[in-house]
Design a protein around this ligand. Structure first.
Ligand SMILES: [Zn+2]
Length: 214
């Protein structure tokens, strides 16, 4: 069941690796299917060589409906986000280094480059620390993500969300690019930032970007 979606999760996990957002079996990818079922990548498995049968299907309470592997240890947090944010159909969790590093310095990411606005469609906040496998990780995400598609978990990593897996992937990859740029700028001096109006404009411009949606 949900073969296509399972393959999408695996391909997305591999894309995280290719874009240097995770190491080894780090992070996780999940999505909502049919409203109240959730596909989650397995705990502690590398994405290379992962097959659809390795993906676990959970109900909203975390009961395993299908699959023999243990689901991601962060499932309790992921389900809390799905439960409380109806706009979210996909979640990616990474420990991507640039975004995580920048989150150790800021509580709110400054409006630095258009790529950031494009990628996350809002202002990125840094949520207080929460550990892996905790409900708090989900609670802090819901409390701090706002309208954006991403939140940074201080001293931990990143959660990105989307209406689709592609949207969540896009947010993770381009946010890393953007915050790498901020990091480089800061290493040379004090960056000149965008105004809030310029940042807002970058969010809006992007809503019409790309191919026309049918
Ligand atoms: Zn983590």
């Amino acid at each position: 069941m949900f073969e296509q979606e399972k393959n999408d999760l695996i391909k997305t996990g591999q894309a995280l690796k290719e874009n240097n957002l995770i190491s080894l079996s780090g992070g996780n990818v999940s999505c909502r299917v049919d409203g109240d079922r959730f596909l989650v990548t397995p705990s502690g498995m590398a994405y290379e060589g992962m097959v659809p049968d390795d993906i676990v299907i959970l109900d909203i309470d975390g009961n395993v409906l299908e699959g023999t592997k243990r689901p991601s240890v962060d499932s309790i947090a992921l389900l809390h986000v799905y439960k409380n944010m109806s706009r979210v159909n996909a979640i990616i969790h990474t420990h991507q280094p640039y975004a995580t590093a920048v989150g150790m310095v800021y509580d709110k990411i400054p409006p630095c480059v258009t790529t950031l606005a494009n990628a996350v469609q809002g202002v990125v906040h840094v949520a207080p620390f929460s550990s892996a496998a905790s409900l708090a990780m989900g609670e802090e995400t819901v409390n701090h993500i706002g309208d954006a598609n991403a939140v940074i978990l201080k001293n931990h990593g990143v959660i990105t969300v989307g209406a689709t897996i592609k949207e969540a992937l896009y947010a993770a990859v381009y946010m890393e690019d953007a915050l790498k740029t901020l990091f480089i700028a800061q290493s040379m001096g004090t960056p000149q930032l965008m105004t809030d109006a310029q940042y807002q404009e970058a969010i809006e411009v992007f809503q019409d970007y790309g191919q026309k949606k049918e």
